[in-house]
Design a protein around this ligand. Structure first.
Ligand SMILES: Cc1ncc(COP(=O)(O)O)c(C=O)c1O
Length: 420
């Protein structure tokens, strides 16, 4: 492959990514490539990443334990700070145990890879689940079927045709590209009926919804009803790393079989201690969660006033589907000129033809900022020839194509162009 040619093609198709330079902490106002903007694409939902107590905890941990961990915890040993955070997470979720991993991506890979490695296993994964969960299925090498997004009937049909086999259901609770919530109660019932294991990735739900910010399972009254909860520490908790919360036996199994735990260095003490301080803040001061929920409602209402459809979003993640990747990029750039930094999600993050602006609300945004953001986006969309009220319907354009898209290796970009 000619790498430069590949990059040129990505640019032509509106699929090229570049990293922008942010000066200072994660928002809500940042200096981006030298220009002050309002950040609407950070997962620092509660503003804890630079909270004084979180910073201090991270700095203290660096002084006490150093910066690196010297290897995987099964090799170089587990530090007391790891153990302490695991105990706090287990108490937070009401599970018997929790097991830290290096990141959310690694946790998904390790957990799904380990649980799906049982001979003859069938893995059933929501087609719009995060890429890390799909990659975990691939790592396991097990037969994997993607069910239509949130469609429990489709899932039941797939499960019905695999009687007698070990089964693993894998889903996000809050879907990062859609901002909607999985039908968790039905999934729990279905898993029980079919004796399937159920893994729920709560990365975008922890600190964002449910009583005390304990997530979507807690909101649905389903704490303790699933086999493994995955949670990233890099989103509302503002740090880095991730965990699998589960019972003691499952944790011991994962500590023996999660390849990303066994073959990767343990998360660094400053990140672990920072997450611990952030978790304490979440428990002590849950008002930030209410503010986040209220802010998300405000932005949805302001976007509706501008004529935007926000699909099935009920959370702090709000998509505006525009369809074409190039159009999403043009609107993003026009919004940036107006001082609003929103992310343009394009293939392979979303299915071809469903590119979108994806807005991430923070508890620290003001109502005035959210109103201004919606107005800037409205003007940007019009300037780029996108009439908000005539937006592309979201779910209808996804379907199984999204799963097929993620199933394989990196997509052929010319195929993406044709499909789009
Ligand atoms: C649902 C979900 N799971 C896992 C991850 C990966 O988490 P991390 O950023 O900690 O690797 C993400 C990242 O965006 C995510 O959206």
């Amino acid at each position: 492959m000619d790498l430069q040619q590949h990059l040129d093609e990505l640019k032509e198709l509106g699929l090229y990514r570049r990293m922008r330079l942010v000066s200072g902490p994660q928002g809500p106002r940042v200096v981006l490539d030298g220009k002050p903007v309002l950040l609407l694409c950070s997962s620092n939902y509660l503003g804890l990443a630079d909270h004084p107590r979180v910073r201090e905890a991270a700095a203290d941990a660096a002084m006490r334990w150093g910066v690196g961990t010297g290897g995987a915890r099964t090799v170089a040993g587990s530090m007391t700070v790891h153990r302490r955070l695991e105990e706090r997470i287990a108490a937070f979720h009401g599970t018997g145990a929790a097991l830290l991993h290096g990141s959310g991506y690694l946790a998904s890979l390790g957990v799904v890879g380990a649980l799906a490695s049982e001979p003859g296993a069938l893995v059933l994964v929501d087609e719009l689940a995060h890429a890390s969960l799909h990659d975990g299925c691939a790592l396991a090498g097990a037969e994997t079927r993607a069910y239509r997004h949130g469609d429990v009937e489709h899932l039941a049909t797939l499960m019905g045709s695999a009687a007698g086999r070990p089964k693993l259901i894998v889903t996000d609770s809050v879907f990062p590209t859609e901002g909607d919530v999985a039908p968790l109660e039905e999934l729990v019932l279905l898993a029980r009926r079919h004796r399937a294991r159920l893994v729920v990735d709560e990365s975008h739900a922890i600190g964002c919804l449910g009583p005390g910010g304990r997530g979507a399972l807690a909101e649905a009254g389903l704490e303790g009803e699933v086999d493994v909860v995955i949670g990233s520490l890099a989103k509302a908790l503002g740090a880095y790393g991730a965990y699998a919360a589960c019972d003691v036996t499952t944790a011991r199994f994962l500590a023996n079989r999660s390849r990303t735990l066994l073959a990767s260095t343990a998360p660094p003490p400053p990140a672990v201690a920072g997450a611990l301080a952030a978790l304490d803040l979440l428990v002590e001061q849950p008002h930030r969660v209410d503010k986040l929920v209220a802010n998300a409602d405000t932005l949805r209402a302001e976007l509706a006033r501008e004529g935007f459809e926000t699909a099935g979003s009920t959370t702090q993640l709000i998509p505006i589907v525009v369809g074409d990747a190039g159009l999403a990029v043009r609107i993003r750039e026009a919004a940036l000129e107006g001082g609003i930094f929103a992310e343009a999600l394009r293939p392979p993050t979303v299915a071809p033809g469903t590119s979108r602006l994806r807005l991430a609300v923070m508890a620290s945004h003001t109502k005035a900022e959210l109103r201004e953001a919606a107005q800037v986006l409205g003007r940007a969309a019009l300037r780029c020839g996108f009439r908000p009220a005539a937006g592309v319907p979201v779910v209808a354009t996804h379907g199984v194509r999204a799963a097929a898209f993620f199933d394989g290796q990196a997509p052929d970009i010319t195929e993406v162009a044709r499909a789009a």
